[in-house]
Design a protein around this ligand. Structure first.
Ligand SMILES: [Zn+2]
Length: 550
């Protein structure tokens, strides 16, 4: 064994040292940020050793015996425990920002797909499959990719336990996919189960999780309360009667739950069967005849007003892109009439009608002080076999490459020039377009509302570590990260609130690294308050929704 060792000497020069040190030093320094080391063998400070680590046998003055070399190799293989308390938080500043600022913030979930009926009824889930796998197309895709038969993914001939077991067997094969982190975090944070998920641990996990699911802690109200979710905005069709939202208000839950107006079916003049069915439902729900374009718009307006009366302040649209076109009122009237009589609109007519309607929807939102959300760029239903078997949202959608820049910027400019541009959040699905979105928002900021036009958080395939960093970096470089309204779940699952933890850790990690590198000031007041704003306070100020106080 080498006869020399290194002694840690306290120092108040940690910031300076850190700047000089290489990556290896930083990874060690996170456990002793206020110390540097001096080599007793050479009496030299180790940062003078071209950035070598504190480990004695890293000293270039030492020649290792074969046995010491093997011992060193074993140490090199050592690892932190899986998902430690400071996971993703690689600097002392990141840990301070996370534990002193981010974690203390409640959650403002301004866009999700939680089923309102399950909140109204305070649903108690029968078993882990019901709360964890049903409806989760991220997991479905992973299982299919892992060779799991569809019967065990979505089939109705297999038991819930069989489906859970198929998932547990899949989890070890999801290493480096965010599902691996999410799944383990979900079991830990909601169920207190720390096991690594695999076929062997599955029976024990099933039993322990189901026992916990039978307690009030894991009803839908229990989950929203314990996660301090002050606001939930669900996603709702304008023809929905919102009875569940009305019922939720009577339950006394501390979370404020609001509907979001998502009128995607108002645009589908290319599929008259769907369009006309929706128009008929709209007529029935609004008690208005829908016989021409004017009455169609009037009926939509009345539903918008109804959502507003229940506290709704957001709309949402899922579309490939905003078409780069124009459409007169007469053109829109003709397209509407043709579709209403059963004739499918051409792609060009559909684009025109979309442009016309999106301007109408923008004006509606502006008039009532709402925020518009645009989810752009998905190419949907790309598997005819599964679409026939399961319908939409079967987990067969992917990232499209539709032109975004011109249609989007013209759309925002047109509404802005009419002084009818609502607050708007743009979600991008194609990372190649991040800079397009991050610059598009800057064209039409109004100098009144901070961050009026937002580049939304990494969406769908992009709500994972790498892509969330891309979004944060694009927004930082081209806009104001400080005005960002932050994370949302966009999930159908009540177990997805760990995604806020994931986002917050990433955010703090990035800012902590910047501080450590001297790129932003080491100022708790400045950076800590920015973290709190992005995690919660910006959203609370921006959306104009009364929040719960959990
Ligand atoms: Zn969504």
């Amino acid at each position: 064994m080498p006869s020399v060792f290194h002694k840690a000497i306290p120092s108040d020069r940690s910031v300076n040292l850190t700047i000089q040190q290489n990556t290896r030093h930083i990874s060690v320094a996170k456990y002793a940020p206020l110390s540097f080391t001096r080599c007793r063998h050479t009496s030299r400070r180790h940062q003078d050793h071209a950035g070598l680590s504190e480990s004695s046998d890293s000293c270039p003055a030492i020649r290792l015996t074969p046995r010491a070399a093997r011992a060193k190799a074993r140490r090199t293989m050592s690892a932190q425990p899986f998902l430690p308390e400071d996971f993703l938080l690689s600097t002392e500043w990141a840990r301070t920002l996370y534990f002193e600022h981010a974690i203390k913030q409640p959650i403002f979930d301004y866009h999700c797909h939680l089923p309102p009926d399950q909140i109204a009824s305070n649903r108690q889930f029968e078993n882990l499959t019901q709360i964890w796998l049903a409806g989760d197309h991220y997991k479905w895709r992973a299982m299919r990719s892992n060779g799991v038969n569809e019967d065990f993914v979505t089939g109705n001939k297999t038991s819930d336990y069989d489906k859970f077991l198929a998932w547990a067997k899949t989890v070890p094969n999801t290493l480096r996919n965010p599902l691996y982190h999410w799944s383990h975090l979900e079991l830990r944070r909601y169920f207190g189960i720390n096991d690594i998920i695999n076929e062997q641990s599955a029976p024990k996990i099933w039993e322990a999780a189901n026992a916990k699911l039978a307690t009030p802690a894991l009803t839908t109200h229990g989950i929203l309360t314990s996660n301090r979710v002050n606001v939930v905005c669900t996603t709702d069709d304008p023809v929905d009667d919102l009875a569940h939202h009305i019922a939720i208000k009577k339950t006394g839950i501390g979370t404020k739950v609001y509907p979001t107006f998502r009128p995607d079916k108002a645009l589908v003049v290319n599929t008259p069967a769907v369009f006309n069915s929706w128009c008929d439902q709209l007529a029935a729900r609004s008690n208005k005849e829908v016989k021409d374009l004017a009455s169609f718009l009037d009926a939509i307006d009345s539903r918008h007003a109804f959502f507003h009366s229940l506290g709704g302040r957001l709309s949402d649209h899922g579309m490939e892109n905003i078409p780069d076109t124009d459409c007169t009122e007469n053109e829109a009237k003709a397209i509407f009439a043709a579709a209403r009589s059963g004739a499918a609109a051409t792609p060009e007519q559909t684009a025109k009608f979309t442009w016309f309607m999106m301007l109408f929807f923008g004006r509606l939102d502006a008039q009532r002080g709402w925020t518009k959300q645009l989810h752009l760029g998905a190419i949907r239903n790309n598997n005819t076999r599964l679409l026939k078997r399961l319908g939409a949202d079967a987990g067969v959608d992917s990232i499209g490459d539709f032109p975004q820049a011109r249609g989007l910027t013209r759309y925002l400019d047109r509404l802005d020039s009419e002084e009818k541009l609502p607050k708007t959040v743009l979600y991008n699905l194609n990372p190649a377009d991040n800079y397009i979105f991050a610059t598009a928002i800057g064209n039409v900021q109004d100098g009144v509302t901070p961050g009026k036009i937002q580049f939304g958080s990494g969406w769908w395939f992009l709500d994972q570590k790498e892509a969330m960093e891309w979004q944060i970096n694009a927004l930082s470089q081209l806009g104001l990260l400080s005005r960002f309204v932050g994370m949302l779940t966009d999930s159908r699952s009540f177990l997805s609130y760990v995604r806020h933890e994931y986002f917050r850790r990433l955010l703090c990690s990035m800012l902590g690294a910047d501080i450590q590198a001297g790129l932003i000031p080491a100022d708790r007041q400045l950076v800590g308050s920015m973290v709190e704003n992005i995690c919660y306070k910006n959203a609370e100020a921006y959306f104009g929704l009364e929040a719960g106080k959990l």
